[in-house]
Design a protein around this ligand. Structure first.
Ligand code: ADP
Ligand code: NA
Ligand code: MG
Length: 371
């Protein structure tokens, strides 16, 4: 999706990833791509030599190498800054950083062993959310702990025998809703944020996004303020996704930040004046940011998660062909695994009521394998 936006702007993108013909490499047809792991220092170095601006669309990269590259060549543009990526890629460090900048968060604490988790249970009460500090996505890296008796099993699920995976724990948040705000920041420090959206998770994976979030306007305004405060505390240009919890009383707690285009912002391609992908490119190139305003009354995005086979997986897309206002994005990832994000569908309409009506047949066709 980033490459689609880049192609329209006549910006050439060179990609480093494991596959030799992934979807992004197919959309940018040239021979300057690199095949390799984004932890591989040499491959990152090779990529840096071929481009004017380095960016990431996943935070789990070799950040030490990015820091070295920036030290050796201060003129090389790396966005967001390696320091921001470093803070964000460790969820515990991210929380410590945000806490120091006055961002409201659920109570959290480092836990080095099961005894420390037991102590946290006494302090915070149950349930608790045990989390891996690093390499987490789509709920992989989280374990709910419902009682002291749950501790050994939850611990082993995130730190199997022999694993060095560092963990921390969070107080359970009895949220009324989950929301997200995409924030774009230019190289000149200017900031523009997208409408607050509501995200609905199923088995810890984002299933549905509704734009705008059906929440009180004052809560939405506070959410934007918190998201912008959080992003301004980090260095570097680009688009960021900020996930938040809304409590029953309208209180807000930040959950996590992604330093890149985010699943909760995919709807912006059809529904906003400038998509999150285009604004990411504008931001890192030092161009003026585009308007993040909605250009339709309302929108929704449904993720297409891998099911038993291709035919089952694509059923919501087949349904979407008969829905006015629906746009299908099939990623062409090939390998369809249960729960894997294989595509998404955006539905736009004049009102949220119309969007809900249009969604019905698509949601009915989406019956992901229960984890
Ligand atoms: P991921 O990196 O997999 O997105 P998150 O930390 O965002 O991990 O957690 C995934 C989902 O788990 C959240 O969207 C939310 O639904 C739930 N969750 C995470 N932390 C908590 C918490 N402290 N209390 C209650 N639910 C939580
Ligand atoms: Na995440
Ligand atoms: Mg998350």
């Amino acid at each position: 999706m980033l490459v689609e936006a880049a192609n329209r702007l006549n910006v050439q993108v060179s990609i480093l990833d494991q596959g030799d013909s992934g979807p992004a490499k197919q959309l940018a047809a040239h021979d300057q791509h690199i095949q390799g792991n984004f932890q591989d220092a040499e491959k990152i170095r090779e990529l840096a030599q071929r481009v004017d601006i380095l960016t990431v669309e996943i935070e789990h990269v070799n950040v030490a190498e990015l820091i070295r590259l920036k030290q050796e060549n201060p003129k090389l543009q790396i966005h967001p800054s390696p320091r921001a990526i470093k803070i964000i890629q460790d969820k515990f460090e991210q929380k410590r950083h945000l806490n120091a900048h006055g961002v409201p968060l659920p109570a959290f604490q480092e836990v080095k062993n099961e005894d420390e988790l037991k102590e946290a249970g006494k302090q915070f009460g149950y349930p608790l959310m045990l989390k891996a500090k690093r390499l987490a996505y789509d709920g992989r890296g989280n374990a709910a702990v419902h009682s002291e008796a749950d501790i050994p099993q939850a611990w082993r699920s995130l730190q199997p025998e022999g694993s060095q995976q560092a963990l921390y724990v969070e107080q359970w948040v009895p949220f009324a809703k989950e929301i997200a705000v995409m924030v774009a920041r230019g190289r000149d420090g200017s900031v523009r944020s997208y409408p607050v959206v509501e995200t609905v998770q199923r088995n810890n994976i984002c299933h549905l996004v509704l734009a705008p979030a059906q929440i009180d306007g004052t809560v939405a305004a506070r959410a934007k303020k918190i998201a912008e405060t959080a992003i301004i505390s980090l260095e570097g240009a680009g688009i960021y996704g900020v996930e938040m919890f809304v409590l029953e009383d309208g209180g807000l707690l930040l959950n996590e930040i992604a330093p890149r285009p985010h699943n909760s912002g995919h709807y912006t391609i059809e529904a906003c004046e400038t998509s999150q992908f285009e604004n990411h490119l504008r931001a890192i190139m030092g161009r003026p940011l585009g308007s993040p305003a909605l250009k339709v009354g309302a929108a929704a995005m449904v993720n297409i998660l891998g099911d038993a086979d291709d035919v089952e997986t694509m059923k919501p897309c087949v349904a979407a062909l008969s829905v006015d206002g629906a746009t299908i994005h099939a990623y062409g990832k090939g390998d369809c695994r249960p729960g894997r994000k294989m595509g998404h569908i955006t539905v736009v309409g004049q009102s949220m009521t119309q969007v809900h009506n249009r969604l019905r047949s698509i949601l009915k066709a989406a019956s992901p394998t229960e984890a």
